[in-house]
Design a protein around this ligand. Structure first.
Ligand code: NDP
Length: 590
C-alpha cells in the first residue's frame, strides 16, 4: 500500500470514534483482584495445598522478595559479588515468577529467546526455539538457580507481609505469612510486573454456576492436556473466553481446537502480526563472538525504544516497524521525522487489518477483528493461528462493540440482550499494572522514623532511578515506574540488578551500615521523569483505553508512574555510566 492511499485525517477520526466507544467512567475500578470475593480462583494449582514448615528466625545479609527473573538475577549478581547469606522468599512452589503462574496452553514469549533469556553466555545455554515456550523458560529459571546455588536460599510458598526498618540494628525486620521473622541488612523487592491477576466486575459474575478460572491459574484438572494442548476435557463443553490481549491470543487457538463450541467475547480487537517461530540450530550461533548477547539485547532495546542503530540484528515483527520509522542521522545525531513516523505507523496498522481480511473468511467476523487504534497504544500481539481459529465452525466471535459482556446469569454471559449459555468461562483479563506499589507487592513497608511507604507515596512514587527511595535505607525495588520501560523487561532487570549488587558490594566495602538516595538526588530524578513524560502522556490520552493508559483515567497514587523519556536504552546507559563513575553520586552512606 502506498502512503497516498491512506487518508490520515480520516483514520484519526475513526480511531477517536472507536476510542470513545470504549471509554468508561469507572476506569481501573472496573476490575477487582483475584482474592477477596473470588478467593477460590486465586488457589495455586501447581503447589501442595497442605505444605507446612516450621517458622524460621534468622539474621542474614540480603533478603530478596520474589523468585522470578528479577529475583534470580539479583541473587546471581550478588553471588558474583561474593555474597553468601542470601534468602529468597517466593509465593509459588518454585522459581519462575510469571512463567511459574502462566502455564496456559500456548504460553510463550513474544520476544526472541536470544534476547529475552538472560545470561545465555554465562550458562552456555542454547534455546530450542526462536520464541521460547513458557515451560522452557521456567526450566531455564531453574538452571539459573542451580548455577548460582540459589535453591538453598529459597523459602517457597511464602509471602512477605511486613518490612520494618530497625534503625538501632541497621536491619530490616521482615515478617511472612508463615510466621517467619527474618532480619536482613538489605532487602531487594522483586515482586514483579503484571503479577496480580484481575477480574472484570461484570454484574452477576458471582452468580455464574459453570466452571471459571483466570488464565494465570489454568485448571488442567478440568480441561485436560498441558501447555502444548490436548484439552480433551473440553470436548463436550461450551467455553467462553473474555480477553483478547497477548494471553487471549495465545490461548484461543487451543480452546478453538478442543472445545465443543467456543465463544470469544471481544471488547477491543488485538493487533496480531506474523510470528514465524522456528527451531534454532547451531547455525544460528555459529561465529558469534563473546559479548554477542549484550550486543543483541542492546540493539533490540534501542530499536524497540525508538532509538537509532545502524543495523537491526533481530529483524522480526517487533523491529519491523522501527526500521521504517528509525530516526535518520544528521551530523552524527539521530533526528526523528515526525511526519514519516506517523505515516509508517499508520501503514503498519493498515497491514495488520489487511492480514485479518486476507485470513478470516466470514466478512462480518473479519471486519469485527480489525483493530482501529494507533499501533503504539497497546502491546502488539504475534500469532500465526489466532486469526485462522475464527474460520472454524465451532468458534463464534461475539463482538461487544467496545462494551464488554453486559452481565452474567447462572447459565452464562449476556451481550446485547442475548444470553450465551456456557459450561466454562476462561478469564484472560490481565493483571494490575503500576497502580500502587505496596498494594501490588502485598507489602507493608515501614522505613526510617516509622514512615509508611504508602503514606510517603500517597501522591505517586518518589525514587532515584525507580529503584531506591529516600528514608528507606538499604531497600531496593525492581520496578519500571520512573525507570526505563523496555519491551523486554528482563533486560532492564538485568541492568538494575547489576547496579544494586554493586551498590551493596560498595556499602560492605566502605563498612557503612546504610545507603539511600539523598532527597536532592531523588527530587531531581522525579523532576526529570515528570518533565520528560509530557509527550507520552498526551499520546496515551489519545489512545483507546487499556492498561498502558490506566483505562483512560490515572489515579492519584499512580500520578508519577512515568518512564525515563530518553527511552529504555538511554536509561540502561545511564545506569552503566553511574556504575562506572565510581562512588554512585546521589547516594548517601552512613
Ligand atoms: P491484557 O490486559 O493485555 O488484556 C486483557 C483483555 O481482557 C483485553 O482484551 C481486555 O479488553 C479484556 N477485557 C477486560 N475486561 C473485559 C470485559 N469486561 N469485557 C470484555 N473484555 C474485557 O492482559 P494479557 O494477560 O493479555 O496481557 C498482559 C500483558 O502480559 C501483555 O500486555 C504482555 O506485556 C504480557 N504478556 C506477554 C506475553 C508474551 O510475551 N507472549 C503473553 C501474555 C502476556 P480491552 O482491550 O477492551 O481492555
Amino acid at each position: 500500500m502506498s502512503d497516498t492511499d491512506i487518508d490520515l485525517d480520516e483514520l484519526e477520526r475513526r480511531y477517536a470514534q472507536e476510542r470513545d466507544k470504549r471509554l468508561r467512567s469507572d476506569g481501573m475500578a472496573q476490575y477487582e483482584p483475584l482474592g477477596k470475593r473470588f478467593a477460590a480462583l486465586a488457589r495455586d494449582p501447581h503447589a501442595d495445598p497442605d505444605f507446612k514448615r516450621a517458622p524460621i528466625e534468622e539474621d542474614g545479609e540480603v533478603l530478596i522478595i520474589g523468585g522470578g527473573f528479577a529475583g534470580l538475577l539479583a541473587g546471581a549478581r550478588l553471588r558474583e559479588q561474593g555474597v553468601d547469606a542470601i534468602r529468597i522468599i517466593e509465593k509459588g512452589a518454585d522459581f519462575g515468577g510469571t512463567w511459574y503462574w502462566n502455564r496456559y496452553p500456548g504460553a510463550a514469549c513474544d520476544v526472541e529467546s536470544t534476547v529475552y533469556l538472560p545470561m545465555l553466555e554465562e550458562l552456555g545455554h542454547v534455546p530450542t526455539e526462536r520464541y521460547p515456550r513458557g515451560s522452557e523458560i521456567q526450566a531455564y529459571c531453574g538452571r539459573i538457580a542451580e548455577r548460582y546455588d540459589l535453591r538453598r536460599a529459597a523459602l517457597f510458598q511464602t509471602l512477605a507481609r511486613k518490612l520494618r526498618w530497625d534503625a538501632g540494628r541497621a536491619r530490616w525486620i521482615v515478617e511472612t505469612d508463615r510466621g517467619d521473622r527474618i532480619a536482613a541488612r538489605f532487602v531487594i523487592s522483586c515482586t514483579g510486573l503484571l503479577s496480580n491477576p484481575k477480574l472484570p466486575r461484570i454484574p452477576g459474575i458471582e452468580t455464574f454456576a459453570g466452571h471459571a478460572f483466570h488464565t494465570s491459574r489454568w485448571d488442567y484438572a478440568y480441561t485436560g492436556g498441558d501447555e502444548s494442548g490436548g484439552l480433551t476435557g473440553l470436548a463436550d463443553k461450551v467455553v467462553g473466553i473474555i480477553g483478547t490481549g497477548s494471553t487471549g491470543v495465545q490461548v484461543i487457538p487451543h480452546l478453538a481446537a478442543w472445545a465443543k463450541h467456543l465463544y470469544v467475547f471481544q471488547r477491543t480487537p488485538a493487533s496480531v502480526e506474523v510470528r514465524a517461530n522456528r527451531p534454532l540450530t547451531d547455525d544460528d550461533f555459529a561465529g558469534l563472538e563473546p559479548g554477542w548477547q549484550r550486543q543483541r539485547r542492546d540493539n533490540f532495546t534501542t530499536l524497540t525504544g525508538g532509538g537509532y542503530a545502524p543495523v537491526d540484528l533481530v529483524g522480526d515483527s517487533w523491529t519491523d516497524i522501527i526500521r521504517s520509522v528509525m530516526p535518520r542521522l544528521e551530523n552524527g545525531e539521530p533526528v526523528a521525522d515526525v511526519e514519516a513516523i506517523r505515516r509508517a505507523e499508520m501503514r503498519k496498522a493498515e497491514g495488520v487489518r489487511q492480514r485479518v481480511a486476507a485470513t478470516v473468511r466470514d466478512p462480518e467476523t473479519a471486519e469485527a477483528l480489525k483493530p482501529w487504534f494507533h499501533y503504539f497504544c497497546k502491546r502488539p500481539c504475534f500469532h500465526d493461528e489466532y486469526l485462522e481459529s475464527f474460520n472454524r465452525p465451532n468458534v463464534t466471535l461475539v463482538d461487544t462493540q467496545g462494551k464488554g459482556v453486559e452481565r452474567f446469569t447462572p447459565a452464562g454471559a449476556v451481550v446485547a440482550g442475548t444470553e450465551y449459555p456456557l459450561d466454562c468461562l476462561v478469564l484472560a483479563t490481565g493483571f494490575d499494572f503500576l497502580v500502587d506499589y505496596c498494594e501490588e507487592a502485598g507489602l507493608e513497608i515501614v522505613g526510617d522514623g516509622g514512615v509508611d511507604l504508602s503514606d510517603r507515596w500517597a501522591d505517586g512514587p518518589l525514587t532515584l532511578h525507580g529503584m531506591q527511595t529516600h528514608g528507606f535505607p538499604n531497600f531496593f525495588m525492581m520496578a519500571i515506574a520512573q525507570a526505563g520501560a523496555a519491551v523486554n523487561y528482563v533486560h532492564t532487570a538485568d541492568e538494575q540488578t547489576q547496579t544494586i549488587a554493586q551498590i551493596i558490594a560498595e556499602t560492605r566495602e566502605r563498612g557503612a551500615t546504610r545507603v539511600e538516595p539523598s532527597l536532592a538526588a531523588e527530587t531531581a530524578w522525579v523532576e526529570t521523569i515528570v518533565e520528560g513524560a509530557k509527550a507520552r502522556r498526551a499520546f496515551l490520552e489519545s489512545c483507546t483505553p487499556g492498561y498502558y493508559s490506566y483505562e483512560g483515567r490515572r489515579e492519584r497514587k499512580a500520578a508519577l508512574n512515568d518512564f525515563y523519556a530518553g527511552g529504555p536504552m538511554a536509561y540502561i546507559e545511564h545506569l552503566r555510566d553511574w556504575r562506572d563513575a565510581g562512588g554512585f553520586p546521589g547516594l548517601d552512606w552512613t
